[in-house]
Design a protein around this ligand. Sequence first.
Ligand SMILES: NC(=O)c1ccc[n+]([C@@H]2O[C@H](COP(=O)([O-])OP(=O)(O)OC[C@H]3O[C@@H](n4cnc5c(N)ncnc54)[C@H](OP(=O)(O)O)[C@@H]3O)[C@@H](O)[C@H]2O)c1
Length: 331
Amino acid sequence: MRILVMGGTRFIGRHFVIAAERRGHSVTLFHRGRHSTTLFPDAEQVIGDRDRDLGLLADGTWDTTVDFSAYVPRQVRQVGAALGERSGRYVLLSSTAVYAPPQRYGFREDAPLVALSDPTTEDMTDETYGGLKALCERAASETFSDPLIVRPTYVVGPLDYTGRFTWWVQRIARGGEVLAPGPQDALFQLIDVRDLTEWLVRMLEAGSGGTYHLAHPFPPVSFGTMLADIVGVVGHDDVTLTWVDREFLLAAGVDGTSLPLWPGASPDGVLEAADPARAIGVGLVTRSLPETIRDLYQHECASPTPVPEPVGMTPEAETELLQRWKARPHR
Ligand SMILES: NC(=O)c1ccc[n+]([C@@H]2O[C@H](COP(=O)([O-])OP(=O)(O)OC[C@H]3O[C@@H](n4cnc5c(N)ncnc54)[C@H](OP(=O)(O)O)[C@@H]3O)[C@@H](O)[C@H]2O)c1
């Protein structure tokens, strides 16, 4: 296949290009060149900003266009206008953030979506991200014939520049007393970037459209099990997890940035529990959480991924919170 990748040089897109080239496909990358122009010597590189330079794609024809960098619906429509049928099948990297919370346990792809109060906004924030992605999905369906819409939950693995899951692996590897944010039994799902991208390449080879969420495992693990798995893979003898109540942490101003992926940071205190049966039915294969943790840790030890926006808590802040937790009255 000839594959046009909108993006492809940071994390998910980069793993996708690795998986596509490994399967013998020919890749064109469209990006601004801010991260690297030399990662994929066998790929054609078109350097431009998608918001103004889509004319640079005037010549090619592709079997599929995989869009990793559309955040507002205008960007999806502009790809359609610039490429027409030359795009081949359009693939949108969306997110489980499109679902309107709260969802019932085991929700499927037909669950209700977020609706923005101002659907004309292009202001991408934590609050508008899911609603804008839902509008991108609608634009994809209106612009292209039978697009493939992919809704991953937290994507983790080597090169993850969000640093969120990576932070927990590195924190626990550092050892000592770890502040573990409750509730311990909050549900948790993620998807290994390699499982996502290998599945995506096979979906394109099969010529499939449709909407799929990617979340693993199902039934979900608990946040406590997830941290215990990390301890099991990278933890030294001196590691202990001290569970601290959600209310105590919220009152202390802790949020999902200082303790990344903490389910308690969301307003209803839970994360999603999506049933991935649809994607599994068309070939999604997921590796075990310990394998994901081990590979991520080995990669980050050998070649740490820069994280542009800081996540996680300093050792001093963690120690201070633990001391306050233990000294609280009415224990
Ligand atoms: N990480 C997660 O947990 C997660 C979860 C669910 C969904 N997603 C979705 O996954 C997608 C992101 O994946 P990724 O960042 O890892 O993909 P990526 O394709 O590896 O990186 C983003 C690419 O987009 C390019 N890009 C950004 N803005 C551009 C512009 N204006 N014009 C041209 N190129 C542009 C970047 O290069 P330049 O900066 O050099 O242009 C880079 O190549 C997003 O759609 C996100 O919503 C992520």
